[in-house]
Ligand binder design. Structure first.
Ligand SMILES: [Zn+2]
Length: 241
């Protein structure tokens, strides 16, 4: 593994772009908490409303979406996020359309994001055990396309400029859930916050927080060993600056 992140830690605003209400916490909760603790303004944009996140056929999807919005806001509070918004696309139906890219470019420009955090859209298969949800792959694509070419180019969504929004060059992009990590972020001090935030997504914890805690702990310990710390989260980091 090569450790090739930006040499100086960035301090500017961050926009996290994820498919489902609990994805940010699972993929990057420790890193998000670390950034907010360091004083960065960290904003979250969840692209779907999570309304298929239940195995219970009697569960009302609109009610589930409303519940997941409340859970997202509660988790954001635990992480210390500056904002958490849900775009509201139906779960399982996320597509990389101009309409969705417009919403992400708008948010990058609104918050002045220096860093965009999402997931690796090229990760289809995780060993021979699992393959990546369509919404996750689409979310990664949308985040990349919104960051470049998009947020920094005056000919993409020029109506934003007329509204007074400025162009924004994104300097670095962090992609979780990747098979090609080039960076492990030390989250030893914030791993507990990640789990506490995830615990707010009660609708997703049919097996309790213990399942997530044990799985994520194992993953974080393995990543931590690579850089000699207790807990870490791995990313594919692109430095565009
Ligand atoms: Zn998800």
């Amino acid at each position: 593994m090569t450790d090739d992140p930006p040499t100086e830690p960035r301090i500017g605003p961050v926009l996290g772009v994820f498919a489902h209400p609990d994805d940010a916490e699972i993929a990057a909760g420790g890193t998000l908490a670390r950034w907010t603790a360091a004083g960065r303004d960290v904003h979250l944009l969840v692209l779907t409303n999570g309304d298929r996140g239940s195995g219970d056929p009697s569960r009302d999807r609109a009610e589930l979406a409303a519940t997941r919005r409340v859970e997202t806001e509660a988790a954001a509070e635990v992480l210390g996020l500056a904002s958490a918004r849900l775009l509201g696309v139906h779960d399982g139906e996320l597509e990389n359309t101009a309409e969705v890219r417009e919403a992400v470019v708008r948010r990058i420009r609104e918050v002045g994001a220096e860093t965009v955090l999402s997931v690796d859209p090229t990760a289809w298969f995780f060993e021979n055990r699992y393959y990546n949800h369509t919404d996750h792959r689409r979310a990664g694509e949308i985040a990349l396309d919104a960051a470049f070419p998009g947020a920094g180019n005056p000919h993409f969504f020029a109506e934003h400029l007329a509204e007074g929004l400025g162009l924004r060059d994104v300097h670095d992009i962090w992609l979780g859930w990747t098979n090609e990590p080039n960076h492990a972020e030390d989250v030893t001090g914030t791993f507990a916050t990640k789990i506490a935030a995830l615990a707010k997504h009660e609708s997703q914890l049919s097996e309790g927080i213990r399942f997530f805690e044990e799985f994520l702990e194992k993953e974080a310990v393995e990543a931590g060993k690579k850089i000699g710390v207790e807990h870490a989260e791995e990313f594919r980091v692109l430095d565009l600056s």
